[in-house]
Design a protein around this ligand. Structure first.
Ligand code: KIV
Ligand code: ZN
Length: 508
């Protein structure tokens, strides 16, 4: 077994800071439940002071999770810390995570504080958090660009004030493995009391080194890794949970450690994150990418057929990748659908079940075979979404090689039914322009991607769009057997997310 590495998942907090990856409360709760099933030790549920939505999500997650610890983020001020506590106090095992920058560049240009002030603030904030709960994490933001003696002094003050976890973030993804390992070693020697706390790292991926840095940190004494599913997060993202966990599992010779992660739930969790955030996983992504276990060259295929281990260091089954299973069809009834939902991991209320079942029947009328991916898509679209401001009622598009593409769209906007028609350069353009006219929105379309959810020409098309308005970016998704309808759904989903984002004060 070996010593334990604590897996601290921050998909719901740092992951949600990925441009466009906003999640609503229902989506966050569903993801938190999946993370608990995956076996993460800590779920960082959010940053409660940033918006009422984030506060509500953290509070709901705190109450619905039993086996994982639930953490809330707070800056080093009383208001943030008390708000974080308000949000997580209903958790079975709560954790307050407070942070302040320690690099010269942040102190001078952002905080405008002296080193002495930062030491005092760090200690005071940990003490404040300790009044609420015994488990308190302190992070020295931008640690890797900080003067080491000062960094050590801040950490020591936080430990003396009662911090139980000390986190060393590579906030801007600047470190390279050899120097990051050396920094951890140095801190272990310099900081009095460091042996009493759980030492943690939180690496960003700006140079593509987040996983490497996290692994080298483990080799130098770190016992907690902060990470996200699919490596999503601010800018280039964070340490990818699945990569760091599978490295520990696969290279037991170098990492005589264990984690609580159940690897067979990795792939489903990755898919759920992708579905909810709309962030498509690149095909060559390690562990969970579509090509991660695909052998293309003749020599490789020959080797794998003779003995898998010739070119496979882990099996697709070990991370939960199985062939898409044919699940249901047009004649499947309520009971079969309910059973399959449970197996895919959804437990729905009676009302939500009825909604999902109606959508399933509609889909089964258009598509003979319904796969797990289709079921996930139904639940993500019909159940997890927030009450929307904009709803599609009707769409009719005429297009072809001798027609001017024309869309007629009927929508509900704040409960009022509005119908419009419009032209465009193609069917999608005509649809989007008409929706824009109805919703009177001004967003810019940055990206438009179509994928088939499963194989075959009758497969559902899954459309992802990225929109930008006044510096806010969102990602919307829609699925349908008709790709124009899927496009309209994705566009409207993104517009609804923009409305939601307008109420979010993140970046306070
Ligand atoms: O990247 C970072 O430094 C953070 C801290 C809040 C831990 O996300
Ligand atoms: Zn971060």
């Amino acid at each position: 077994m070996g010593e334990k590495i604590v897996i601290f998942d921050t998909t719901l907090r740092d992951g949600e800071q990925s441009p466009g990856a906003t999640m609503n409360v229902a989506e966050k709760v569903r993801l938190a439940q999946q993370l608990e099933k995956l076996g993460v030790d800590v779920i960082e549920a959010g940053f409660p002071i940033t918006s009422q939505g984030d506060f509500d999500a953290v509070r709901t997650i705190a109450k619905s999770i039993t086996h994982s610890k639930v953490a809330a983020l707070a800056r080093t001020n009383t208001q943030d810390i008390d708000r974080a506590w308000e949000a997580i106090k209903g958790a079975k095992s709560p954790l307050i995570h407070t942070f302040i920058s320690t690099s010269d560049i942040h102190l001078k240009h952002q905080l405008k504080k002296t080193k002495e002030e930062v030491i005092r603030i760090a200690a005071k904030s940990v003490a404040r958090a300790k009044k609420h709960t015994p488990d308190v994490e302190f992070s020295a933001m931008d640690a890797t660009r900080s003067e080491v003696k000062f960094l050590a002094a801040v950490i020591e003050a936080a430990i003396q004030a009662g911090a139980t976890r000390i986190n060393i973030p590579d906030t801007v993804g600047y470190a390279i493995p050899s120097e990051f390992g050396a920094l951890i070693r140095t801190l272990c020697h310099m900081v009095k009391g460091i042996e009493k706390v759980t030492l943690s790292v939180h690496c960003h991926n700006d140079l593509g080194l987040a996983v490497a840095n996290s692994l080298v940190a483990i080799q130098n004494g770190v016992r907690q890794v902060e990470c996200t599913i699919n490596g999503i997060g601010e800018r280039a993202g964070n340490t990818s949970l699945e990569e760091v966990v599978m490295a520990i599992h696969t290279r037991k010779d170098l990492f005589p450690f264990s984690t609580r992660i159940v690897p067979k739930h990795i792939f489903a969790t990755s898919r759920l994150v992708s579905k909810i955030t709309g962030m498509v996983v690149q095909p060559n992504k390690a562990v969970v990418g579509a090509n991660a276990f695909a052998h293309e060259s003749g020599i490789h295929q020959d080797g794998v057929l003779k003995k898998k281990q010739t070119y496979e260091i882990m099996t697709p089954e070990s991370v939960g990748i199985a062939k898409s299973s044919l699940v249901l069809g047009k004649l499947s009834g309520r009971h079969a659908f309910k059973e399959r939902l449970k197996e895919v991991g959804f437990r729905l209320s009676e009302k939500d079940f009825e909604l999902a079942f109606t959508r399933f029947k509609e889909l089964a009328d258009k598509k003979r075979e319904i796969y797990d991916e289709d079921i996930e898509s139904i639940v993500a679209e019909e159940i997890l979404r927030m009450p929307d401001r904009f709803k599609l009622i009707y769409l009719n598009v005429i297009s072809g090689n001798v027609t001017v593409p024309t869309a007629t769209v009927k929508m509900e906007v704040d409960g009022e039914v509005i119908q419009e028609a419009g032209f465009g350069d193609g069917p999608v353009d005509a649809t989007f322009k008409t929706i824009k006219k109805i919703t009177r929105t001004r967003s810019k379309l940055l990206q438009f991607v179509i994928n088939a959810i499963t194989g075959g020409t009758e497969a559902q098309g899954e459309v992802t769009v990225r929109l930008e308005e006044k510096g806010r970016t969102v990602i919307g998704q829609g699925a349908d057997t008709d790709v124009i309808v899927a496009s309209a759904k994705a566009y409207i989903n993104a517009l609804n997310k923009l409305e939601y984002r307008k109420k979010d004060l993140r970046g306070l």
